[in-house]
Design a protein around this ligand. Structure first.
Ligand SMILES: C[S@@+](CC[C@H](N)C(=O)[O-])C[C@H]1O[C@@H](n2cnc3c(N)ncnc32)[C@H](O)[C@@H]1O
Length: 422
């Protein structure tokens, strides 16, 4: 088990902090929505946007390395400098909301626009992921200690977007709502053998077996998840119905009446979408239904996003890529006989989910430290959780539930127990 993240590069050798600071200030002067106050180490304060408009945030710069890092690596520098302790904000989520709502305007300002265009041209290594690489990537994020995840997830250890049916619900209730809705979408019953691709710590497998009586085979490629998920299944008295196995989805054989996959697709990358849907097609019995939940990037941004690498991919989820709905449906059409039968965007619930995780992470920070995680880990995870919360709150990112099936499926419910909502 490792409690360390990959290190961030040094930037002191890059001089010209004054000119680079001007570059960033000029870009920020393009802001049109919300308010940002920037307090510099020399005592100067700069204000951007509309001072009386939410969202608003105050950033205090401790070291001008912030500007060096942004100029050197425009897509990574803000996160790298936060982790290095170059700056802090009074409200990190509000700051990201301001930045996200102004991204287009700020990035369009030269010379930042030129730096971003240059960065886009840098060659990227091919994103093809063999099984070994997939295991290495998952190991980096998930095999860092189950105790850490238990300190911020709800008691079902669910690591995906919940569904809040009422504002006063707890995160644990909202995770069970999400599970119930997926079971409804799958029309899951005791007749079914469900394959869960990417079962995490077994929360959904346990729910599906306990609440619907289904047989479940759950897949993970994290050793730590495997061990704990198997124990949780056995503690729940469900070992006769649920089998958790360490296996890549590409290596599975047999047929299943239902398939579920909850936020696993983000791990596989563009080149593998066809392989994924071909595998679902091969593994799903005639008359079967699949329900896939995935984070997604808006279609219009997908092509430029997938040609670059962002801070989350570099430090939090190596090898990951957020799909777009178009990329997924194109791959599905080309490589399988599956069709989209239902579609729901539950992304707005991710803001509340992530807020719950971040609040618990920070409330338990002493225990996180006691487990051996250092300050840069702590700052990275705070940045990651806050950034994602803002991205979902502003609908800059989506979270999709796709219900898939094939033509001529007479077993599909005429009056489904679920309704789409946006
Ligand atoms: C974000 S977690 C989601 C876990 C769970 N579905 C949940 O909602 O709590 C992603 C899961 O996908 C699994 N995974 C990623 N790539 C995989 C692959 N190639 N084959 C099988 N499982 C994979 C990981 O091991 C992990 O369990």
């Amino acid at each position: 088990m490792s409690t360390a993240l990959r290190g961030i590069p040094h930037v002191r050798s890059l001089g010209a902090a004054g000119a680079l600071q001007q570059l960033v200030l000029k870009a920020l002067s393009g802001m049109t929505v919300g308010a940002l106050e920037l307090r510099l180490p020399n005592g100067e304060t700069h204000r951007f946007g509309r001072t009386d408009e939410a969202p608003s945030a105050i950033v205090t710069v401790e070291r001008v390395d912030l500007f060096r890092r942004i100029a050197l690596r425009p897509r990574l520098g803000l996160g790298e400098s936060y982790v290095a302790g170059d700056w802090h904000a009074d409200d990190l989520v509000a700051l990201f909301e301001v930045l996200l709502r102004n991204t287009a305007a700020v990035r369009a300002r030269p010379p930042l626009s030129t730096l971003l265009a240059l960065e886009r041209r840098l060659p990227r290594l091919p994103a093809r992921q063999g099984r070994r690489q997939a295991e290495r990537n998952i190991h980096y994020h998930y095999d860092i200690g189950n105790e850490l995840y238990a300190l911020f997830l709800d008691e079902s250890l669910t690591y995906s977007c919940a569904y809040f049916e009422r504002p006063d619900e707890t995160l644990a209730q909202a995770q069970q709502n999400k599970y119930r809705r997926i079971c409804d979408k799958l029309a899951l019953s005791a007749e079914d053998h469900l394959l869960e691709i990417g079962c995490g710590w077994g929360g959904f497998a346990i729910h599906a077996a306990r609440e619907r009586g289904a047989r479940v085979t759950g897949l993970t490629i994290s050793r730590e998840q495997l061990e704990l998920a198997q124990k949780r299944v056995s503690d729940a008295g469900l070992a006769h119905r649920v089998q958790i196995v360490y296996r890549d989805y590409r290596a599975v054989e047999g047929q299943f009446t239902k398939i579920a996959s909850i936020e696993m697709l983000e791990a596989i990358g563009h080149e593998q979408y066809g392989t994924f849907f071909a595998a679902c097609d091969r593994l799903l019995a005639p008359g079967g239904i699949a329900c896939i939940q995935t984070i997604a990037i808006p279609d219009q941004r997908y092509e430029s996003y997938r040609r670059t690498r962002d801070w989350i991919q570099e430090y939090i989820f190596p090898g990951s890529l957020l799909p777009s709905l178009t990329a997924l449906t194109n791959a599905m059409t080309r490589h399988s006989s599956l069709l989209v039968f239902g579609l729901e965007d539950i992304g707005i619930h991710y803001a509340d989910t992530l807020r719950g995780w971040r609040e618990r992470f920070l409330a338990n920070i002493e225990q996180v430290r006691a487990l051996g995680y250092d300050e840069s880990f702590e700052r990275s995870w705070e940045f990651y959780l806050a950034y994602c919360e803002a991205a979902f709150a502003t609908r800059s990112l989506r979270d999709l539930q796709l219900v898939l099936t094939r033509s001529f499926n007479d077993r599909l419910p005429r009056y489904p127990a679920w309704r789409m909502s946006f």
